[in-house]
Write a protein that binds this ligand. Structure first.
Ligand code: RB5
Length: 147
């Protein structure tokens, strides 16, 4: 699995912790910034990750900002992206099983690094259930196609 990861200044430190986990787990990733805690604009970091996932160049994306909200809103503007804003383990699993979410957004000012890592592990390790959920995801794609 290839993971594209990015954060703004609010999520920079958590991004570095998630990267350490990806490295230790042998999961291939590419970091799309930012590279320090100087203030930046989250859409500039959401877009490259969203595009890489939408084109299939990367299987999944992880986006982190202060709340996760700005990153998730920006990423979901890109056709083919299903970015889920997750702050608990139950929805980390559910959004993979039900929504086939391909980008995980988290807020580093909302949850601590321990929970964020658990969420990332669950989200990366859970498969889409398909079946009736596939029909619903197909309907999301239809909405995109009709925009
Ligand atoms: C940056 O201050 C903050 O607005 C950003 O990290 C994020 O929370 C936006 O949704």
């Amino acid at each position: 699995m290839k993971v594209a990861i990015a954060a703004d200044h609010g999520g920079y430190r958590l991004k570095e912790e998630i990267k350490s986990y990806l490295q230790s787990a042998g999961i291939e990733y590419q970091d799309f910034g930012c590279n320090c805690e100087d203030a930046v604009d989250y859409p500039d970091y959401a877009l490259p990750v969203a595009e890489k996932v939408a084109t299939g160049a990367f299987d999944r994306g992880i986006l982190i900002c202060g709340t996760g909200i700005g990153m998730s809103i920006a990423a979901n503007k890109v056709k083919g992206v299903r970015c889920a804003l997750v702050h608990d383990c139950f929805t980390a699993k559910a959004t993979r099983e039900h929504n086939d979410s391909n980008i995980l957004a988290m807020g580093a000012r909302v949850i601590g690094p321990g929970l964020a890592l658990e969420i990332a592990k669950i989200w990366l390790g859970t498969e889409f259930s398909g079946g009736r959920h596939l029909r619903r995801v197909e309907k999301i794609k239809e909405i995109e196609d009709n925009q």
